[in-house]
Ligand binder design. Structure first.
Ligand code: ADP
Length: 167
């Protein structure tokens, strides 16, 4: 039995936003160990490769023995969580719009792996409007991502968009 309380925070993180960062920082206060895992969501078209998203997350967070950044593909989330000997799936909630999807996923995961718990953290109100897709739209149209994404994310997104425009 793993004595450490370990949570897995899965997401697309395409790109990571201040909203995600806030959940990670708060998660580190609650759990002994937090594994942020970049997951492939086939329903979402992403602009960053998994490697790029991992790289961004690693650049945002300084080395911390309690924080691991990983990815998974072609595996059920619950199987990944079990393989890491974690007990908790951490998710963030922004609005009631998130609720329906999160409720369904949490119930499905409970049925698949009754020993695991999904824990939800309510967004801080200043981040409640922030989503990766909104950021992509703002940056694509030349707006500023200040306060919504770290500078490193803004710069990388701009670089990718610039390369796309050249093609
Ligand atoms: P997914 O494709 O799995 O929904 P996301 O990267 O969009 O991946 O989100 C990962 C998790 O982070 C989800 O639980 C989502 O609700 C949460 N999240 C995203 N943005 C915010 C935010 N601004 N505040 C709090 N939680 C957030």
């Amino acid at each position: 039995m793993n004595d450490l309380l370990t949570a897995v925070y899965p997401g697309s993180f395409d790109p990571p936003t201040e909203g995600h960062i806030n959940i990670i920082e708060r998660g580190l206060k609650v759990f002994d160990k937090l594994i942020v895992v970049v997951a492939v969501n086939s329903a979402k078209k992403t602009i960053f490769t998994i490697e790029e998203r991992i790289d961004l997350l690693k650049k945002i967070f300084k080395k911390n023995s309690r924080l691991e950044i990983d990815s998974f593909e072609d595996t059920l989330l619950v199987n990944y969580v079990r393989s890491k000997r974690a007990q908790v799936i951490l998710r963030g909630l922004r609005t009631v719009k998130d609720y329906e999807y999160e409720f369904q996923m949490a119930l499905a995961n409970k049925q698949l792996a009754p020993e695991l718990e999904t824990v939800f953290m309510m967004t801080e109100s200043r981040y409640s409007h922030i989503s990766s897709s909104l950021i992509k739209e703002i940056l694509e149209l030349g707006g500023s991502g200040a306060g919504m994404v770290p500078q490193i994310v803004e710069k990388t997104v701009e670089k990718i968009l610039e390369e796309k425009r050249k093609k």
